[in-house]
Design a protein around this ligand. Structure first.
Ligand code: ZN
Ligand code: ZN
Length: 330
């Protein structure tokens, strides 16, 4: 892996091994700031809506379909939008932008980030900055969503840690110093433009499945089925699948590689998150575009990146050497 970003992230992890807690706190202060009380109040309301509205919409989808049918149209809209937006997050937001693990044709890059934005997890530059902070400070002071960072003693402690990593951290006051962690992304005019259009992607996130539903069912009720299943229920599913990478994949699963954290490979999440569940592999080799490292491991998002490279739409696809993989085997 030769990208400067992946090298610097890898170097940061190496530096963090064995560092003193005082030094860790200094590092965290460099990368984290406190939100102002006014901004915090607004962002907490937005977080509650982002969590609550898709959940309510999913319940509405079930009730509406029981009365009006159009399940086929809803299913097609759900499946198509699920695959497109999960790839938008795993390939566009995560591997292409946060880790710069390959280089994509500008049109492919814009499409991937647009679909990632339709997953309603915030604009890409903020998402990628938070994620780089997770890798720089994993399970330590300043990690935005570690289930290990704030261990809570007593009954229900582990569940509270799980929920903190899953969605509780949205309500906290820590904010990533984006200029420190993502100057390369902020300095890219295409990425800034895509982020400025975030509300357009939010509208399309619901308009596209409405159109798909109408097309499949051939009537207005199909559009409603598309909106409910391909819009609200799909956002609900993609949210929890992505959030499980932060929560479940640091608690439950196997650890074939030695890493300085609690990251785990979780097979259920490998399937649901289209390859992203190889999370221990990912923490061992964060700059790798393809997360399959050992025989019989399949990474669907990695296969898509390799497919894009084969037809000339991606290049510089980064992968560790077999020797590097062997060295970190536990
Ligand atoms: Zn992680
Ligand atoms: Zn990552």
């Amino acid at each position: 892996m030769s990208t400067s970003t992946s090298e610097s992230i890898g170097a940061e992890r190496a530096v963090l091994v064995g560092e003193s807690s005082a030094r860790g706190e200094t590092r965290a202060r460099e990368l984290v700031r406190e939100a102002s009380p006014g901004a915090l109040a607004i962002e907490r309301v937005i977080a509650a809506l982002v969590i609550g509205v898709p959940a309510a919409g999913t319940a509405w989808a079930i009730a509406w379909t029981a009365e009006h049918g159009r399940g086929g149209a809803g299913l097609v809209a759900f499946a198509m939008m699920y695959v497109l937006t999960v790839f938008g997050v795993t390939i566009g937001y995560h591997r292409l932008s946060a880790h710069r693990s390959f280089v994509a044709h500008p049109v492919v890059r814009a499409l991937l980030i647009a679909f990632g934005s339709m997953a309603l997890q915030g604009p890409m530059i903020r998402w990628a900055s938070d994620h780089r902070r997770h890798h720089a400070l994993t399970e330590r002071e300043g990690d935005p969503h570690s289930p290990w960072r704030r261990r809570v003693a007593g009954r229900g402690g582990r569940w509270r840690d799980f929920w903190h990593a899953h969605w509780g951290w949205f309500f906290g006051s820590e904010r990533t110093r984006t200029r420190r962690l993502a100057p390369d992304l902020i300095g890219d005019p295409l990425l800034r433009a895509l982020d400025r259009l975030y509300l357009v992607w939010v509208v399309l996130s619901f308009a596209l499945p409405m159109g798909l539903g109408a097309l499949v069912a051939g009537d207005g009720a199909g559009a409603i089925a598309g909106l409910l299943w391909g819009g609200f229920a799909r956002v609900f599913a993609v949210h929890h699948v992505t959030w499980c990478i932060n929560s479940l994949c640091h608690l439950v699963g196997s650890r074939p590689f030695r890493t300085n954290d609690e990251s785990r490979n979780n097979l259920v999440m490998v399937v649901l998150a289209l390859g992203e569940g190889w999370h221990n592999n990912h923490h061992a080799f964060p700059g790798a575009a393809d997360m399959h490292m050992l025989p019989r491991q399949i990474d669907v998002s990695g296969l898509v990146i390799r497919g894009l490279a084969r037809v000339g739409l991606a290049r510089e696809v980064r992968r560790p050497s077999p020797q590097q993989v062997a060295r970190l085997r536990s």
